[in-house]
Design a protein around this ligand. Structure first.
Ligand SMILES: [Zn+2]
Length: 142
């Protein structure tokens, strides 16, 4: 009796170890395949924006929320003229996550605000995509 109980416990323990190993393998494989694909898909869809190139705050926005990409030398809000053209786009201020130089103080929101994207804030892939939308890098021209 005790022997068969001990045997059953051993079997159960072995099964448990196999299950744990299986689970570990499964989660590792999932992390390496689906997890990566997930990050690639959704991580890529996040763009980092600033109100102006020297804005200390940085906001995260979704690709699909940006519109009117263009090279421009005037920043939104302060209307400061930049020495170099930067890629700008428009976005509704309630779509920006994070703190950028915009307050909704000047009137009822959401506001269509102009933001700029800097190369150093964004991934290389995102930057290439921005260039495709805004046109060739104008900092190299004139
Ligand atoms: Zn606002």
């Amino acid at each position: 009796m005790t022997r068969s109980v001990r045997f059953a416990v051993k079997i159960l323990w072995a099964l448990w170890m196999v299950l744990r190993l299986g689970f570990w393998l499964f989660s590792t494989v999932t992390r390496l395949t689906f997890g990566l694909a997930w990050r690639q898909t959704f991580g890529r869809s996040t763009v980092y924006v600033r109100r102006d190139w020297d804005d200390r705050g940085m906001g995260r926005v979704r690709w699909s929320d940006l519109h009117g990409h263009r090279w421009d030398t005037t920043a939104g809000g302060t209307q400061v003229e930049n020495p170099l053209p930067l890629i700008h786009a428009y976005i509704w201020c309630d779509k920006v996550r994070g703190k950028i130089g915009h307050s909704c103080a000047h009137g009822e929101g959401p506001h269509n605000i102009k933001v700029c994207m800097l190369r150093q804030d964004n991934t290389r892939r995102n930057w290439r995509r921005l260039l495709e939308l805004a046109g060739p890098d104008r900092r190299l021209a004139d």
